[in-house]
Design a protein around this ligand. Structure first.
Ligand code: HEC
Length: 121
């Protein structure tokens, strides 16, 4: 007679990683509570590098700061710009396109873009 082997069917492993530490427990569009760390805010952006990267943005956002259905992002102070980009990157702010754009930028690249767009009137 064959031996009856009980398979460990309920071997689901509940990982209890501290997700909260990474902000993954944030509700969508919870921008009031969204915070960017001092470390990120203190990165000094290189405006020339930002100008180079801005080619990905200016197909939609106008360099002359005009509004054509897409918000103007020129002349912002750098902190607000960095905050806005990270709120998309961390998905605290909803918008599929901007979440995708911000999601593939590094912290240094976001700082560079902030520095560049701040110089535009
Ligand atoms: C396909 C078009 C498109 C591209 C490309 C794009 N954006 Fe946007 N962006 C938008 C739209 C639309 C919004 C408004 C989204 C919303 O309502 O939250 C927006 C919002 C923003 C905001 C917040 C504006 C505000 O008034 O709060 C910032 C900052 C921004 N974009 C920066 C960038 C940067 C930097 C890039 C390039 C890396 C970029 N965007 C590329 C369409 C685009």
């Amino acid at each position: 007679m064959m031996k009856h082997i009980l398979m460990p069917l309920f071997s689901v492993c509940f990982l209890s990683a501290p997700l909260g530490a990474f902000g993954d427990d944030q509700d969508a569009d919870d921008t009031d509570e969204f915070d960017v760390s001092e470390e990120i805010l203190s990165i000094k952006g290189d405006p020339e590098y930002g100008e180079y990267l801005s080619g990905d943005c200016t197909g939609c956002h106008q360099v002359d700061g005009s509004y054509d259905g897409i918000p103007s992002i020129t002349g912002w102070d750098e902190e607000s710009f960095v905050w806005a980009m990270h709120s998309y990157k961390e998905k605290a702010r909803e918008h599929p396109v901007m979440q995708m754009m911000a999601g593939r930028l590094s912290n240094d690249e976001i700082a560079a873009l902030a520095a560049y767009f701040a110089t535009l009137e």
